[in-house]
Ligand binder design. Structure first.
Ligand code: GDP
Length: 444
């Protein structure tokens, strides 16, 4: 998971601070030493770390922090702000050509995930209401053209190819013409990759840039390669003046050094991150949300967005209505569980929850949790409609019958009913702003 070990270490450091009522300069010094070590271990660029820690320290030693009633919280707030700035502050978005047709040139070394990302981007664009077309410009490897065709099919996007031509400029220009003619409005150009940056590749990409004039040049780099990814980004940017970076394989990158250094070293924003092998595993990169996630402050906004994407709003509203009228049934509960699964499963939801720090996460066995979900579903399926709608009628003999029906012990049935009652209570809290506020204050 992205930033897992860095997140653990920083949260550990801040826990020590939180336990102290008053902070001395020595405490701040020690905390900054820990932050520095954590960032270096996360493979963040050395120069970036040095600057970062110096900035944070200067701010922390300011009078407002040291004399504040909650100095540790102030320090965390400062680190949060600086981490956000380090990754690009406000965040940047993919830009579209105001003339109406956007050419996006994708560049990157072999194996970084460039071709897969072309598909993910096509998928993303379609979801944003665009009409993308893909174009295969790796003229050296016929397998690369085949791969892009497979990707195109998977995301239901046409792919322009010309297997006879060895001229990527000619291919891209022809693709653009065809795409415009057929009413598409974005062309994603997949270019050749190499194992390392070499002059021939750069010259070819420069030539495509000059002649095809892409509106955006996006560089795909692999987060798992750490500082090599950052160096590649620097090299590509110096020759091509890229517009943005797509950082792939963030799902497997526990360290996060590349994501934390890329912006500062190259001056170019990370626009997206790849979070899995599937074509929907591409997320817009939001520095502020990333920073909060690293510090265990959760990522409620991403969670809400994911919920919005997968939630049936009308259904959710109906559930809330029923809850208010005290009519939240086991059927609603079942539906809710299904929704969590659609949002990427329990693991992903927990990861984005505020207050769920990594140490707590370790105690949660996600696989077990998902299995439990399935068991709970089978229990509810074994109930009659009347029982699902009014769990109050579930007396001992009914519970026994249900247990026999789904092949599980009665204790599991009882457990499910308890969980349903808990969910009801929790939802009531969420729908009651006063209770939410009280809870937040209690948690500090
Ligand atoms: P290319 O040589 O740069 O075109 O790379 P490919 O698109 O062929 O991808 C190389 C490998 O990385 C494939 O196995 C992809 O499934 C995998 N991959 C790409 N993006 C991601 C990602 O965000 N997360 C994970 N886990 N794997 C990825």
């Amino acid at each position: 998971m992205a930033f897992e070990s860095l997140s653990d270490k920083l949260q550990g450091t801040f826990k020590v601070l939180k336990n102290k009522g008053v902070l001395t300069e020595k405490d701040v010094d020690e905390a900054m030493r820990q932050v520095k070590l954590a960032l270096l271990e996360a493979d963040v660029n050395f120069k970036v770390v040095k600057e970062f820690v110096a900035d944070v320290k200067e701010k922390c030693l300011g009078e407002e922090v040291m004399k504040s009633l909650t100095p540790a919280q102030q320090v965390i707030k400062i680190v949060n702000g600086e981490l956000t700035d380090l990754m690009g502050g406000e965040g940047a978005k993919l830009e579209y050509d105001p003339a109406g047709f956007t050419v996006i040139m994708m560049a990157g070394l072999q194996g970084t995930g460039k071709t897969t990302t072309c598909g993910k981007l096509a998928n993303f664009l379609k979801e944003s209401g665009k009409k993308p077309m893909l174009c295969a410009c790796d003229v050296y490897r016929p397998a690369a053209i085949d791969q892009l065709e497979v990707v195109g099919k998977a995301v239901n996007t046409p792919v322009y190819t010309d297997r006879k031509s060895k001229d990527p400029v000619k291919i891209a220009k022809a693709a653009k013409k065809e795409a415009e003619l057929k009413g598409f409005n974005v062309l994603i150009v997949d270019t050749a990759g190499r194992l390392q940056i070499d002059e021939e590749l750069m010259a070819e990409l420069e030539n495509i840039k000059d002649k095809v004039k892409p509106y955006q040049i996006l560089l795909v780099v692999d987060a798992l390669t750490g500082q090599d990814a950052v160096n590649a980004a620097k090299g590509f940017n110096e020759r091509l003046a890229i517009d943005g970076i797509i950082m792939t394989k963030m799902d497997g990158d526990a360290r996060g050094g590349a994501a934390l250094s890329a912006r500062k070293v190259t001056g170019k924003p990370i626009l997206f991150m790849g979070t899995g092998e599937k074509y929907d595993a591409l997320e817009a990169f939001h520095p502020d949300r990333m920073a909060s996630r690293i510090l265990g402050m959760g990522d409620m906004l991403s969670l809400i967005e994911s919920a919005e994407k997968n939630y049936d709003e009308a259904k959710a509203e109906k559930q809330l209505e029923r809850l208010k009228k005290n009519q939240f049934t086991l059927e609603d509960f079942l539906e809710q569980m299904g929704q969590v699964q659609e949002m990427g499963g329990l693991g992903k939801v927990l990861d984005m929850m505020p207050g769920m720090n990594k140490a707590q996460m370790k105690d949660v066995d996600v696989e077990k949790g998902e299995k439990e979900f399935d068991q709970m579903k089978s229990i509810i399926y074994s109930m009659t409609k009347a029982e699902r709608q009014d769990p109050n009628i579930l007396n001992a003999s009914r519970r026994k019958r249900i247990a026999a029906g789904c092949g599980q012990p009665v204790s599991k049935v009882n457990n499910l009913i308890r969980k349903y009652e808990d969910a009801k209570k929790m939802m009531k809290q969420f729908s009651n702003p006063k209770a939410m506020k009280r809870n937040r204050m209690l948690r500090g």
